[in-house]
Design a protein around this ligand. Structure first.
Ligand SMILES: Nc1ncnc2c1ncn2[C@@H]1O[C@H](COP(=O)(O)OP(=O)(O)OP(=O)(O)O)[C@@H](O)[C@H]1O
Length: 235
C-alpha cells in the first residue's frame, strides 16, 4: 500500500506521430494523486481527457514520461504486468456503463473478482454488499437492459469497486444521466471512495459536480492546470 496511488511525470502523447496529420494531445502532464483524494478532470471536448485516463489506466501508452501506480513504477511495463495492475489496483467507470448484457447485475460484479482469484462465495457476498451500499440490492438478479440508466451506472460503479482498487478512473460517469440521478450516483461514488480511501480521478463536464471534489484539474492545451474550489469535497 502506498499513499500515492497515481503519479504521472512528463507524459506526452501525439497521435499519428511523425505524420503530416499528427495530433499532439498531451504535452507534459504531471500529476500526483493520493489515497483518499477525489479529483475532477475538466476539459473541453477533444482536449484529451480520455487519452489521459487511458494512459493512467494502463490501457494506452505515453510516447514519453513516467507512470507509477500505487507506488510501483509502470513505465514501459509489459502487457502481463499492465494487465495484472489493472486487475488488482485500478477500477474504471465509463460514460456508457459497458456492462455485459447477458449477465445479471450481481454477475457483472462477481466476474471480475473470479478473474482475480476470489472464491465464488466471497465474490457473491461482495457483490451483494456493494449493490446494497448503492441502494439497488433488489435489482441484483436483473440484467442491464431491465435497469434504469442510473441503476446501470451504479452497477458499473460497483463493478469498478469489486476488486477493491487503489485507483478509480471515471470518464464522464454521469454524463448520460438526468441531473437528479447524476447527483445521486455521484454522491454514492464520492462517499464510497472516501470510505475505502482510494484515489479517484473523475472526468466530468459538470462543473457543479467538479466543485464538490477535493481538487479540480483543467486540461488545457495539453497541460494540467490546478483550479481548486473553495471548501473541498462534499459527499
Ligand atoms: N486513435 C487516434 N488517432 C488519432 N487521433 C486521435 C485518436 N484518438 C483520439 N484522437 C484525437 O485526440 C484528441 C483527444 O481525444 P480524446 O478522446 O482524448 O478527447 P476527450 O477530451 O476525451 O474528448 P471528449 O470529451 O469529446 O470525449 C482529439 O482531437 C481526438 O480526435
Amino acid at each position: 500500500m502506498n499513499d500515492i496511488v497515481l503519479s504521472l511525470h512528463g507524459i506526452e502523447k501525439t497521435y499519428a506521430k511523425g505524420r503530416a496529420d499528427a495530433v499532439p494531445v498531451l504535452r507534459g502532464i504531471d500529476l500526483t494523486l493520493r489515497a483518499g483524494e477525489v479529483v475532477a478532470l475538466v476539459a473541453p471536448s477533444g482536449a484529451g481527457k480520455s487519452t489521459l485516463l487511458h494512459i493512467a489506466g494502463l490501457l494506452d501508452s505515453a510516447d514519453t514520461g513516467k507512470i507509477g501506480i500505487d507506488g510501483t513504477d509502470m513505465t514501459g511495463a509489459n502487457d502481463r504486468r499492465r494487465t495484472a495492475a489493472r486487475r488488482t489496483s485500478i477500477g474504471f467507470v465509463y460514460q456508457f456503463h459497458h456492462l455485459l448484457p447477458e449477465f445479471s447485475a450481481a454477475e457483472n460484479i462477481i466476474l471480475p473478482q473470479l478473474a482475480n482469484g476470489t472464491s465464488e462465495k466471497d465474490a457473491a457476498a461482495r457483490a451483494a454488499s456493494l449493490l446494497d451500499r448503492v441502494g439497488i440490492a433488489h435489482r441484483a438478479s436483473h440484467r442491464p437492459a431491465a435497469l434504469s440508466g442510473g441503476e446501470q451506472q451504479r452497477v458499473a460503479f460497483c463493478r469498478a469497486m469489486a476488486n477493491s482498487p487503489r485507483l478509480l478512473l471515471a470518464d464522464e460517469p454521469t454524463g448520460n444521466l438526468d441531473p437528479a440521478t447524476s447527483d445521486q450516483v455521484f454522491s454514492t461514488l464520492i462517499a464510497l471512495a472516501r470510505e475505502t480511501g482510494l484515489g479517484a480521478l473523475i472526468a466530468t463536464h459538470n462543473l457543479d459536480l467538479a466543485a464538490r471534489m477535493d481538487r479540480i484539474l483543467r486540461l488545457d492545451a495539453g497541460r494540467l492546470i490546478e483550479a481548486t474550489p473553495q471548501g473541498g469535497a462534499q459527499p
